[in-house]
Design a binder for this molecule. Sequence first.
Ligand code: ATP
Ligand code: MN
Length: 274
Amino acid sequence: LTKIDLVNYYQLAEKRILPHLANRPVSLLRAPSGIEGQLFFQKHADTLHIPGLKELDPAFDPGHPALIGIDTLEALLGAAQMNVIEFHTWNATTKNIEKPDRMVFDLDPGEGLAWSMMLEAANLARTLLEEIGLQCFLKTSGGKGLHVIVPLKPRDDWETVKDFSKAISQHLAAVLPSLFVALSGPRNRVGKVFVDYIRNSRGATTAAAYSVRARPGLGVSVPCSWQELSTLTGGAQWAIANVQNRLKSTDDPWTDYAKTKQTLKPSMRKILMH
Ligand code: ATP
Ligand code: MN
């Protein structure tokens, strides 16, 4: 697969990916000499010469050059032309940078974990979130695992949202210690699912929905419906070689995402053990 395949993919996926990039800081993973070569994770616009790339308010990242904005097809394809493979985004929009508009749970399989347990873990995470009154959305990571996204009205600050996500992760590990672990580090994770909540920090990023991944096979992070969960075969089930059909024939499974208006409530927090 070549750069032409990458550019063609982003051209095809334009309408799907741009809403997930627009109006929020974006970090780019570039692979100028291919995915086997050195990879560059770039948060700042200063050294990049990509047509259409937006420089965001420097106050978002004090003491650093401007953060990157990608709002147009020109910038998206310009980035792909410059060997950008992955697009990662903040959990807040530029309109309201101190108030996250989502909470992200990154479900990572520990060594030796059967994929069926990953599906079980995602289903249980969803059950807990719905139990406390939060709707959530599923996507493959395009790599090894799954991401569960909870859209939020931008009301609480970074600290509050991160604390809440930590309580969710720790609750899962406390209630089901044989399946979940809340501690990072590969030794703690063997045969278990690590529910990473650290991406809910200010300035942290997660691979955007419909981003390609700079891994062998060029997996794609693909939004799924919860009905599809049991049919998923891996985090890289879809890649740029086989995702085209899905993009052309299947409606976006996250149509309810933008309609989901919800906030964290103290009553939800009381249900959690931590
Ligand atoms: P998998 O399913 O394989 O775990 P993933 O997308 O969940 O895939 P990684 O690819 O390991 O996990 O993602 C690493 C995280 O760290 C991403 O959220 C990314 O935005 C962030 N990241 C990656 N490289 C850097 C970097 N150099 N500096 C800061 N953050 C980074
Ligand atoms: Mn992960």
